[in-house]
Design a protein around this ligand. Structure first.
Ligand SMILES: C[S@@+](CC[C@H](N)C(=O)[O-])C[C@H]1O[C@@H](n2cnc3c(N)ncnc32)[C@H](O)[C@@H]1O
Length: 261
């Protein structure tokens, strides 16, 4: 007889909004395979180079706040972690004392004056249309003080073609088995990722929960143009986590945008 491993009840089974089902497992399924220590060091380096006196930081699309545990931000800085998904912010509860605010990056509720705004690990790619990217850039601009910086990354077309054209992966956690299926369409630059969670249950059969994520792999030229129109100066567009200029073949780009006065 299988053990009842399901944390779910009937009402919550079926199809979930992006990050509702994934949230409790994100750290173990996706974040666990990523080197956040290296990303934390990289972000800390960018902040010390471009905003050395930073005292207030706003992270957008912070998810389960993995950067909080990886020395990305100066120890004396006041950091606000925000994300569209309350479930993702709740998943960071093992890190006590974090200031967490559920907020849509295209319509932020914060008072202006932050020294640094950060949006990493493809969160911007969830904004599918140029209008939404523009709205996010505008909100970040408004949240920053004049001279403040916005550090934002995008995944590159090259990375998606190489790793995500047709990815299928399966695994097991204590609570459930899961499957991931990613498909990237270079023509539309849309990346669709499906997550399926199968919970063993003695009483309910094998309940299944699914959610689908859709992302757009924006071009560097689009981000440059929209950022410029918002009033940002493009201080840097780095290839991956380097300090070399990004190019067409970059698998990931980190932009440092400066809010002009
Ligand atoms: C791939 S996760 C990255 C999370 C985190 N930055 C990290 O490094 O693990 C993308 C995040 O973007 C968030 N997101 C998607 N659309 C958003 C929006 N409009 N406003 C704010 N956050 C958004 C999702 O909820 C999710 O937590």
């Amino acid at each position: 007889m299988p053990q009842d491993r399901s944390p779910l009840r009937d009402a919550s089974l079926g199809k979930a909004a992006a990050y509702t089902a994934l949230a409790p497992y994100y750290d173990r399924i996706l974040a666990a395979g990523y080197d956040y220590s290296a990303l934390g060091r990289y972000v800390a380096g960018l902040i010390s180079a471009y905003a050395p006196a930073a005292r207030s930081i706003l992270e957008l699309g912070a998810g389960s706040c993995p950067l909080a545990g990886h020395l990305a931000y100066p120890s004396h800085a006041r950091v606000v972690y925000s994300d569209l998904s309350p479930a993702m912010l709740a998943a960071s509860s093992q890190q006590p004392g974090l200031r967490r605010v559920a907020a849509d990056a295209t319509a932020l509720p914060f008072r202006p004056g932050f020294d640094v705004c950060v949006m990493l690990m493809d969160a911007l790619n969830y904004l599918l249309e140029a209008d939404a990217v523009s709205a996010c850039l505008g909100e970040a601009f408004a949240a920053l003080r004049p001279g403040g910086i916005f550090i934002v990354n995008i995944a590159g077309d090259a990375l998606c073609r190489e790793l995500l054209s047709d990815l299928a992966q399966e695994g097991s956690l204590a609570e459930c088995d899961y499957a991931i299926r990613a498909q990237y369409d270079p023509a539309s630059r849309l990346l669709r990722t499906g997550f399926t969670f199968r919970f063993c249950s003695a009483t309910e059969g094998d309940p299944v929960l699914r959610e689908t994520h859709t992302q757009r792999i924006h071009t560097a030229a689009t981000i440059r143009e929209l950022a410029g129109r918002t009033g940002f100066e493009i201080a840097a567009a780095f290839d991956g986590q380097s300090h070399n200029p990004a190019g067409e073949a970059s698998r990931e780009i980190h932009f440092v945008l400066v809010r002009k006065a």
